[in-house]
Each structure stands twice: as structure tokens, then as C-alpha cells.
Design a protein around this ligand. Structure first.
Ligand SMILES: *Cc1c(COP(=O)(O)O)cnc(C)c1O
Length: 329
């Protein structure tokens, strides 16, 4: 209850429900509100996120009949409305969290759907960001509070993607619909455990103090690191590594682009800096041997091989002393 109240405060929702992960959240919403009925989704939003989570398969598992509308690149409001019939239970929007359709495109947002129909509109946001990332100089990801304000009935998102908390599935929205989820037999099977709830509570409380968030929430702290700061860190670490590895490898500080991953911001890259190790004799086997040796360290150090170098992207390096202890032994 305490967590639900916190989520309501942060998102403006009437009520909230927490399960194990967002895949479970989507399954529960569909099973509780759409089983035996039709659910309308745009063709452009039939997402596969990896593992076996694919929207058409989850629909089937939940006992819903998927009704695809529109085309891969363009879906119009009339496509949804033409497909609504007596059997329709829900209109569903799925955030294309790991790909982007570009060019001649059209999508209908939750606000338009909510205005045009009395059916519940459910939104799978994937990685809902609880803050406006553009205020931090980052590309924006959709926010659950915005989807609710636009008229979505339920919005689901992961606790462990951009929110930066433990693995969890969060559903926020209308009280009557949340009550239907809480009563469904799957809820017990999908519920989150106490440790998850405790960690989620601790994470969400940080959001009550937005002015300190970029400092206190590790996900945001690392996403907002400036390239100049990472570059300075790389320059600082280079001399000691040069002494240790310089005979065999040329060590450079190189600009690099970091992928955010975790089902968010699929086409954006964050500029940063990396330490790179290039074998002086140009032999790829030396590179592989170095990478393998570092992976076997008591605390494995895992780089990325590309362009004939081993790259250590330092964006997420906070324990500098720990890294150096491993690499210099
Ligand atoms: C990541 C994601 C999910 C699944 O969330 P998990 O918390 O990883 O189970 C579902 N839908 C979308 C659109 C996603 O991006």
C-alpha cells in the first residue's frame, strides 16, 4: 500500500500494482482485462524485446485475440476505430523501446485514442522514465505520468530500466482497473517479493527529491556524466597502465559513444571516453589473450574489442581504485 501511494504521488495515478517485471505486468493487464476478447494494437508496435517476449505471443498466452491494425510504418486513428467491435476489450499502445521506425511514418498517441473511444487504453511503456530526461541534457523517453495525463487507463513499465531500481513491473492507472488486476489469480503468481519491494521503495523515495536525483540515483548519475569528465578520468589512469602494459600495447584515450541499452533510447548514443589497448605488433591474438586474462580476474574486467583495439569505456567506472588494483596486479 505504501509503495502504491508513493507511485500515485509520483505519477498522479489513482492506484498502482507491483509485480515481478514488466513482462508480468503486460501479461496481467491483458489476462485480467482482455481474456476471451479482442485487443487492438498497431502493426508498427508488435514488439519483440528479447527472450520469448513478443506481443503476439503474450496476447495468446493471456487468452486475448490480437487485432492488428494499420501498417508497419503508418497507423491512423480510423484504423483503430474501424476495428472496434462488440468483442473489443482494450486498445493497446506498446512503446517501440528497442527500435525506431523512421521516414514516412504515422502513429496515434494514447491521448487521441482516449479521446476517440470509451474503451480502456492500456500502454506498455517498457522503460518509463519518471523524470523528464531532456532536463538533464539527455534524449527524452516517454513518462508514465504523461501517458496518464493524456488519458491512458493503465500504464506499465519496468522498475529496473531507466527508473534505476530493482527488477519489477509497475502498473499505474485507474482504481477500478487496478482492483481487477489485484483480484486476478495470476497476481499472486506474479507478485514481487519483499526484497524487491524494499529496494523499489528506497529507489522511488529518491524521486521525492528531484534536485538531488542526478547525484543519488546511480543510473542517472552515470547517464549524465560529461564526456570531459570521463576523458579526464581516462587521462588520469593512463600513465600507470602505460607503465604496466606499455611494452606490449599502445595505450590511448579515445572518444567513444556509449549505448544506453536496457530497452530504452535505441538510437541514441552518449559521447564519452575510453582507454584503448592496441597490440604494438598488430597481432589480434595478443588482444584476445589480454581480454581473456582480464575476464578471469577475481573481479572480471570486461572490455570490448573493435578496430584492432580493446576498449574500456569508462562511463560507468566509479570505483577507480578497484579497477586499478585489478589491472595493475
Ligand atoms: C523491457 C520491456 C518489457 C519487459 O519488461 P521487463 O521488466 O524486462 O520484463 C515489455 N515491454 C516493453 C516495450 C519493454 O521495453
Amino acid at each position: 500500500r505504501a509503495l502504491a501511494e508513493l507511485l500515485c504521488e509520483l505519477t498522479g495515478a489513482e492506484d498502482a500494482c507491483i509485480v515481478n517485471n514488466n513482462a508480468a505486468a503486460v501479461l496481467l493487464m491483458l489476462a485480467a482485462l482482455g481474456a476471451g476478447k479482442e485487443v487492438i494494437v498497431s502493426r508498427g508496435e508488435l514488439v519483440e524485446i528479447g527472450g520469448a517476449f513478443r506481443i503476439p505471443d503474450v496476447m495468446r498466452q493471456a487468452g486475448c485475440q490480437l487485432v492488428e491494425v494499420g501498417t508497419t510504418n503508418r497507423t491512423h486513428l480510423r484504423d483503430y476505430l474501424d476495428a472496434v467491435g462488440e468483442q473489443t476489450a482494450l486498445l493497446m499502445k506498446v512503446h517501440t523501446s528497442n527500435y525506431q521506425i523512421e521516414g514516412f511514418t504515422k502513429a496515434v498517441d494514447a491521448a487521441e485514442l482516449a479521446q476517440a473511444s470509451t474503451l480502456p487504453v492500456i500502454v506498455d511503456l517498457g522503460s518509463g522514465s519518471l523524470i523528464d530526461l531532456s532536463h538533464y541534457g539527455l534524449p527524452k523517453e516517454p513518462m508514465p505520468q504523461e501517458a496518464l495525463a493524456a488519458g491512458a487507463s493503465l500504464v506499465s513499465f519496468s522498475g529496473d530500466k531507466l527508473p534505476g531500481g530493482p527488477q519489477a513491473g509497475i502498473i499505474v492507472g485507474k482504481k477500478s482497473l487496478i482492483a481487477a488486476l489485484q483480484k486476478h489469480p495470476l497476481k499472486r503468481a506474479l507478485r514481487a517479493d519483499k526484497m524487491t519491494l524494499a529496494a523499489l521503495d528506497a529507489t522511488l523515495r529518491l524521486y521525492l527529491h528531484p534536485e538531488k536525483l542526478a547525484q543519488r540515483l546511480p543510473t542517472l548519475r552515470l547517464l549524465t556524466r560529461q564526456a570531459s569528465d570521463i576523458n579526464e578520468q581516462a587521462q588520469r589512469l593512463r600513465p600507470a597502465l602505460e607503465t604496466r602494459y606499455g611494452d606490449e600495447f599502445q595505450i590511448d584515450v579515445m572518444p567513444c559513444l556509449s549505448q544506453i541499452g536496457s530497452g530504452s533510447l535505441p538510437v541514441d548514443r552518449l559521447p564519452g571516453a575510453a582507454l584503448t589497448f592496441t597490440p604494438r605488433d598488430g597481432r589480434g591474438s595478443r588482444l584476445e589473450a589480454l581480454a581473456a586474462r582480464w575476464r578471469r580476474l577475481p573481479v572480471p574486467v570486461i572490455g570490448r574489442v573493435g578496430d584492432g583495439r580493446l576498449w574500456l569505456d569508462l562511463r560507468c567506472l566509479e570505483d577507480e581504485a578497484g579497477l586499478m588494483e585489478m589491472l595493475l596486479q
